[in-house]
Design a protein around this ligand. Structure first.
Ligand SMILES: NC(=O)c1ccc[n+]([C@@H]2O[C@H](COP(=O)([O-])OP(=O)(O)OC[C@H]3O[C@@H](n4cnc5c(N)ncnc54)[C@H](O)[C@@H]3O)[C@@H](O)[C@H]2O)c1
Length: 454
């Protein structure tokens, strides 16, 4: 190990290293808190002044991070934040956690990574460790990040150290959080790996070293593509079951009793969030660059993207049973966050469903305890909406209630008792009921008829 690397290793092991996290979002803030808790003086860098101000005042804005923790670390002098990249001069390590969205053409949008790395490069100094955590295509670390940093004249693996380590955070998961989810780490050189492992090892329980940055990049894409493809498969099964008068939810629940060789995935109104609908397309884009045409990713994407349309078909069917048209009906969307018990609406299928119903002439309202308002710019209806409280009186005012996100806080008994007709896309209502149209299940039977038997 070179003297430069040995010095950094000693600083990391003694907690004297100054650590930095660029991008203080769902991934960056929890990581910054863990590094600060491990004993490092940690500085978050973000362009968003509101986030920087919140951290500087000891406030959390991420549901999985307690304000009490941020406040304590801030008061202990372990955690601070800035919008000014010149702090990089004082840092020994940096984890980059900036967004990696898709362009409209479904090509990777690397602009956030490029601009963050260019800003870091201005102040890069010998002996630093730079770790990319943003989810991205294999090759990003050594094809995009390394050349930008080497424009300084410093060489990766010699003058500074470079690694990739994918983030696996699962927002809203009370059991698995940053510190206890095993962390995959791949360095540009073995020394880079060793230094990155030393840093993470002080804050995260289990490390999984891999041989290169490209393997580490591909691991994350395998994990998320695995989910996207399996969700696509079970969504297709739901479409099939719907036609065949079989309850897909009952099928999955019975299949998952097999103690080996099966893993349950559930159908739903479509993919949401910043990862599963997006990341597989980073992989397919990169694969196409090499002349390889990936088929599973495209097919799963196609099926998953069709689900909001299928939900709208169910709403049409449900209203039709009540001799009503979508045009002119009032529809209450229950849950607009992309998954249960979180406030994140990015890529939420609720917005697609709302847009499609709006285009057919429905009047939309929504209920979501985690999303108090929906701005006009956030959905195709282009009007500001405020969340409705799901009181019994409120529920009965709508022609149809569509359950898109099965938040635990919803009173499903009240919904069943008060709603005229319900479209349930999540199997939130377990007992068959004549007013409940379930995605991927037989049409509800009138009272007194046999239920659930095709
Ligand atoms: N959210 C998740 O559940 C999750 C899970 C695993 C991996 N990831 C990946 O982690 C990365 C970050 O995701 P996120 O959910 O934390 O995003 P986010 O949008 O919550 O946070 C990103 C932050 O980066 C900041 N930012 C953007 N450009 C910047 C720049 N040039 N310099 C400094 N700050 C900048 C933004 O202001 C924002 O605060 C993405 O690649 C994502 O795919 C996310």
């Amino acid at each position: 190990m070179s003297p430069l690397a040995a010095t950094l290793l000693e600083k990391v092991n003694s907690r004297r290293a100054r650590t930095g996290v660029v991008g203080l979002g769902y991934v960056g803030l929890p990581l910054a808190v863990e590094l600060a808790r491990a004993g490092y003086h940690t500085t978050g860098i973000d362009l968003d002044e509101r986030k920087v101000q919140a951290v500087s005042e000891g406030r959390s804005y991420i549901p999985d991070v307690a304000t009490a923790d941020v406040l304590k670390l801030k008061n202990d002098g372990k955690l601070d934040a800035t919008t000014d990249f010149s702090i990089v001069r004082e840092l020994d390590t940096i984890n980059i956690c900036v967004p990696t969205p898709l362009r409209k053409t479904t090509d990777p949008d690397m602009s956030y990574i490029v601009s963050a790395v260019e800003a870091i490069a201005k102040y890069l100094h010998p002996g630093m460790l730079i770790i990319l955590e943003s989810t991205t295509y294999p090759g990003t670390t050594d094809e995009v990040v390394q050349p930008l940093l080497e424009e300084t004249g410093l060489k990766a693996g010699v003058d500074f150290f470079l690694a990739f380590s994918p983030e696996r955070v699962d927002p809203g998961n009370p059991t698995f959080q940053t510190h206890n989810v095993p962390k995959v780490v791949g360095g540009f050189t073995p020394t880079c790996s060793e230094l990155a492992a030393a840093l993470y090892g002080s804050a995260i329980q289990t490390l999984v070293p891999v041989s290169s940055t490209r393997v580490a990049e591909m691991v994350k894409l395998l994990e998320n593509t695995f989910r996207a493809v399996n969700i696509g498969l079970v969504n297709e099964l739901a479409l099939m079951c719907d036609k065949m008068n079989i309850d897909v939810w009952e099928v999955v629940d019975a299949a998952k009793t097999k103690p080996f060789g099966f893993m349950a995935f559930y159908p739903g109104p479509g993919l949401g969030g910043h990862c599963i609908p997006i990341d597989p397309f980073y992989l397919s884009w990169k694969a196409k660059q090499t002349g390889f045409e990936p088929r599973f990713i495209e097919l799963a994407g196609h099926v998953n993207a069709s689900m909001p349309h299928f939900v709208v078909d169910k709403v049409v069917e449900a209203l039709n049973e009540r001799r009503k048209s979508v045009n002119g009906s009032t529809v209450l969307i229950a849950g607009i966050a992309y998954k249960r018990d979180i406030d994140d609406m990015r890529e939420s299928p609720a917005l697609d469903v709302m847009g499609l119903l709006h285009a057919k002439g429905a009047t939309l309202a929504y209920a979501d305890p985690f999303v108090p308002q929906l701005h006009a710019r956030e959905w195709p209806g282009r009007e500001d909406l405020r969340a409705v409280h799901l009181t019994r009186g409120a529920i009965s005012q709508y022609d149809c209630v569509v359950i898109i996100t099965d938040h635990k806080a919803f009173d499903y008994d009240a919904i069943v008792a008060e709603a005229d007709v319900i479209v349930d896309t999540r199997n939130a209502i377990k007992v068959p009921h004549p007013n409940v149209f379930k995605l991927g299940a037989p049409k509800p039977q009138a009272h007194g008829e046999r239920i659930g038997i095709a």
